[in-house]
Write a protein that binds this ligand. Sequence first.
Ligand code: FES
Ligand code: FES
Length: 888
Amino acid sequence: MTELADVPATTTGGHDDRVAFEVNGSPVTVRRSHPHLLAALREELDITSPKDGCSPSGQCGCCTVFVDGKATVACQYDLAKVEGKSVVTLEGVDETERQTFADAFAACGGLQCGFCIPGIVMRAKAQIDKKGADLTRAKMAPHLGAHLCRCTGYVKILDAIDAVAHGQVCTPALSNDIGGGGAKYEAAPLTLGDRGYIDDIRMPGMRHAALHLTDHARADVLGIDTSAALAAPGVEAVFTAADLPGELRVGLIHKDWPVMIPVGGRTSYAGDVLAVVVADTRDHARAAAELVEITYDVLAPNTDARAALDPTAPLSVWGTENNVLSTSAYTRGDKFETAFEASAFTVHETFHTQRIEHAFLEPESTVAVPGPPRPGLEEPRSEVGGTLHVYSGGQGVWDDRNDIAAVLGIDPAQVTVELVSNGGAFGGKEDMSNQAQTALAAWLLGVPVKCTLSREESMRMHAKRHPIELEYWAGCDVEGRLTALRVRGIGDSGAYASVGMKVLERAAGHACGPYRWQALDIETIAVRTNNLVCGAFRGFGANQAQFAMEGVLDRLAEQVGISGWEIRKRNVIRPGDEWGPGQIMDDGAGGAEACLDQIRSSYDEAVASGKAVGLGLGLKNSGLGNGFREVSKAVVRFLATDGDRPGRIEVRHGWTEMGQGVHTVALQVAAQELGVEPERIDVIVDTTRELGFGQTTGSRGTLMVAGSVSAAAAVALADGCAVGVDYEGEYVVDWTQKLGDPNVANPTIHAVFSFAAQMVIADPETGDIEKVVAVHDVGRAVNPTLVEGQVEGSVHMGLGYALSEDFPTDPATGFPTNTTLRSLGILRAKDVPDIEVQLVEVPQPRSPFGIKGVGEIGLVPTAPAVAAALHAADGEWRTTLPMRPPST
Ligand code: FES
Ligand code: FES
């Protein structure tokens, strides 16, 4: 049952308990007990432009401010040292200068999710103040070493800084048509840190929640003692699984993920939650969460996926029947053995890819606010509130709503989930993280509650990119035409299902790459272990499979004696060809060869110049298919005029803005189709309208939002755009088929594919990566500036994936060996080579405006292109990622 402690007074103390200094020109005093300057600025002074991406470790740069004129990471600055000093945050910078930065970042496309940008602006200002027009990109890049940006690849960030340093006048504008390269929606307030994220939300009476995570990846929970936590300063309540009024487990596909592990239950991975503590401040909640005492019976974890497949292995996950999450298999064409034996050249190789942390810069945060009963609803079950408004940064707010309602045991209509555009996700915010626990606390206490994860908690809790072992047997004829392919893959999916089965299914489907084969024999298995949960991450299984596929292709090319470009050209999939499990490719598939042809001149030139050159060609479906009826809805609503000003226009849709620009797509489509100024449009995502249709995943958001917004605009225009009317439009994809139906010989498994060819140029002596040329077919680029930014960010992520990124767990415990951002091996700005992006537009049949999508395909060809370039430099074939881990 809920236990409520007496609420102690907030610690204010006397004069000695406070520290005096100046912020943005005004004297302030704050509690001395704050752990660092950032906490004082954000939690007591409500100054929110400095963002908290990793406090107190000082590794992301998001909290950069000036202390006595020097750029400083505030989460590493002790409050005792700030006494008497002058602190300047972005809020305190001269208004003209603020506008100059906002204009430059907006015009140059220098931001995506925006979370890292305010800190980077302060760092840039420090350098521009010092060096003025002498500040070059090359001089600025090392100073960005104190910062991380997971979205942009730094290219356009440096463009924007360069523009400010050289006094270039930037006049950004929103675009009013499809294909216009205008600014990103909300670019200026995001640049200045004025467009809040969830952790920036403040409201009267709001309490703070912190989670107690498990100490063991696999252990029986014998007891939970909350008494010490309840007695801690500021604590109001401690909740455990025993307090859940409804369902214990949630999940996107299987409901197997416990919101909290109860007494009598068993933990299954390092991110399991045992208790949620609610207090008056974040610090009090976090301190008390450590005081929750758990009695465990510790069990040996399964941390080896192959060993966990052994029928005698213990069960990894409490409540399941075996450790096989899924098996995805198909054969097509001739018999594999016959075709393989008849091949002129063959390769047999095993590849290993690593676990990767998303490292979005904004850790997960949720605010839940109880409200009064909604008219017309049945008597609410809670004695303290009838409705709940939840601010979520998740990738599917309708899924969040339904699972929150199930956990609370209430009607989904009592829960409204509002999306707050998040600070990056890349797939890692598809599953709920702390939404249900925060909602529970707010519901039971009847007060607003916020819970924001620490960086370490974030890294432990959300799903990762799968490590997959892939064994390939491949053959070709004497001219290099592909014959037979057999693949056996084992993916470590961690404990809970998440979407792990879909990731391994996608790995199986994409295992043959964008090529024609005579014989295919493919099988991948997703295995439950006690390692970190793995699920959705940009590329969704295609990255791993095509690292291996492209690797065997290059080995075959060498045996045949032809170039990497030539073997791809001889085998590339074309419209009308049968692909993978049997899909007949439509005219959109012309994009694969178009990318290859487009990159040829750059490839030939680089090879001729004596460089070490590697090429990768990839494809990725756009998350619509397998026989599902996929529906996207949107609402256009005209509001009344405001005095002399024309009324604003609301555009509601159901897709998550996480930096990729889906709101900008909605805005540009609405502006074009309605013929209105884009400045009049507000883009909104919440569950007040039934527009829900699953997760924003697989690059499907752009085409789905474009289709539904244009349909809603057509309905509005047909009715004369009356004020106050919800004009709803929908776009439906219902022509795909499931694999395995005996009546469908060639199922259209995926509605849309994107294609890309990437070339990596390395120094032939050192192997240093000098340049990446990325040619992407996106069908139609709604906003070419944003598309370029997506590709640059993907290449940055792909180079890290290829060379240095890893997120290993300890085989003895299943816990990550390191939980700091710096340990992940993400490339810093100075390590990013030149990236040249070229866009190809081969329209997708049946897709709105011919759009295909760009986010998912982004890094599919990068790692194999790096492997081929390094092979060209030193003759060594690589089979394992990362290829240059930082420790070697
Ligand atoms: S929050 Fe201070 S450096 Fe990351
Ligand atoms: S824009 Fe830099 S982290 Fe998203």
